[in-house]
Design a protein around this ligand. Structure first.
Ligand SMILES: Nc1nc2c(ncn2[C@@H]2O[C@H](COP(=O)(O)OP(=O)(O)O)[C@@H](O)[C@H]2O)c(=O)[nH]1
Ligand SMILES: [Mg+2]
Ligand SMILES: [Zn+2]
Length: 358
């Protein structure tokens, strides 16, 4: 590897799609500024802007290039002015968020992510409810979520913490890391390999940038000293993609608050509750006081913690209301109230039919 010339390791499927445009060059968006993009090509990195045609054809934010996008540009090196981005190749996965101000427009936060590392520290930041939220968003993106527990050097009850996480992180791998030692982050390497892109998400201060610096083998990204009490400071200010020596790409994000829950896969993140719900007596069971409720039964038996059901409800509600205006929210609430009445009616009818049968 010499200087900036890093092998971008474009995946085969994108190379094939790029072959449809022989007059253009394949690149990957690695950073985004106002109206301007940083693009990595086979040869170098350059600034690029969308062509007029791409801009005029774009009727929503998601039609613009985003970090992680594979794009076709008019040159692969040279520094005379910006290159022109003519097209965005088909996205394999997307992380979305609501665009600021408008209610329906969504922006692409990152594209073509294979694996998403949901980072949570084993000290102050440890919060199972937040993890559930991240998992729901990650499952919806098309990328494979992996839970990365950081700062294991600061944790005294690792086995208990791990057991708690494993009960929440259904279907996702769980890795334990520490940036303090060489073998503390080795587990990440399995996912960071040629042709693969990993996005790091999680609260600010949990050690995302530190882990990325370790993977890159140099301190490319700024990290801040921990303040008293173990809380880290926010340092990453924009999403950025880095090419890892030896292959693979990683995306650093400045925290996850920006990711909206409206694009979440709750059925996947709460597969346990979903499965139980399918066995409830009533298809519209609210798992409150209805008879024949498999979810309540599981809670009473201690199989599922009550807090998990509550978290599920809260996220579901949030997902439904997000993006709606005040009037629409009122309408939804009234609808909910009526379906609650239906639930009571169902329960009464059931009790009646039971008592009649006796
Ligand atoms: N004790 C300990 N501190 C860590 C570890 N990883 C990161 N830190 C510290 O946590 C702070 C925040 O790290 P940073 O990588 O900037 O977090 P980010 O906001 O998630 O990118 C920095 O002071 C790091 O030195 C770790 O494994 N153990
Ligand atoms: Mg950071
Ligand atoms: Zn139920």
């Amino acid at each position: 590897m010499t200087g900036r010339l890093r092998d971008p390791g474009f995946p085969e499927e994108f190379i094939q799609e790029a072959a449809l445009y022989p007059e253009l060059f394949l690149g990957r968006v690695i950073a985004q500024y106002k109206g301007l993009y940083r693009v990595a090509t086979e040869k170098t990195e350059l600034f690029a802007e969308p062509s007029g045609r791409l801009r005029y054809g774009a009727d929503k934010s998601a039609d613009y290039p985003a970090v992680g996008d594979y794009v076709m540009i008019d040159r692969e090196d040279g520094d005379l002015g910006s290159a022109i981005i003519h097209r965005i190749l088909g996205r394999k996965s997307v992380f979305l968020r609501k665009a600021a101000g408008t209610s329906h427009d969504v922006q692409v936060v990152a594209a073509n992510v294979d694996t998403v590392f949901i980072c949570m520290s084993l000290n102050n930041d440890f919060n199972l409810r937040r993890l559930e939220r991240y998992l729901a968003i990650a499952w919806d993106s098309g990328a494979l979520p992996v839970v990365v527990l950081t700062k294991s050097d600061l944790c005294r009850d690792l086995p208990e913490r791990l057991a708690e996480v494993e009960r929440v992180a259904l279907g996702a791998d769980v890795l334990v890391t520490s940036s303090m030692t060489e073998d503390g982050y080795g587990a990440l390497r399995k996912y960071v390999k040629p042709g693969q892109t990993v996005a790091f998400i999680g609260s600010s201060g949990v050690g995302k940038s530190t882990l990325i610096n370790r993977l890159l083998g140099e301190d490319v990204i700024g990290t801040k000293e921990v303040r008293k009490g173990g809380k880290g400071k926010h340092t990453t200010t924009r999403r950025e993609l880095f090419l890892v020596p030896g292959g693979g790409a990683v995306i650093d994000t400045p925290g996850m608050r920006e990711l909206g829950i409206e694009n979440a896969n709750l059925a996947m993140a709460f597969a346990d509750i979903d499965e139980l719900a399918s066995r409830c007596k009533f298809s519209d069971c609210r798992h409150e006081h209805e008879p024949g409720c498999a979810v309540r039964e599981a809670i009473e038996e201690g199989i599922i913690p009550q807090e998990r059901l509550e978290a599920y409800r809260k996220l579901k509600k949030e997902a439904k209301y997000e993006g709606l205006n005040a009037k629409q929210i009122e309408k939804e609430k009234v609808k909910d109230m009526f379906s609650a009445f239906d639930g009571i009616k169902n329960a009464r009818a059931y009790i009646k039919s039971k008592s009649k049968g006796k």
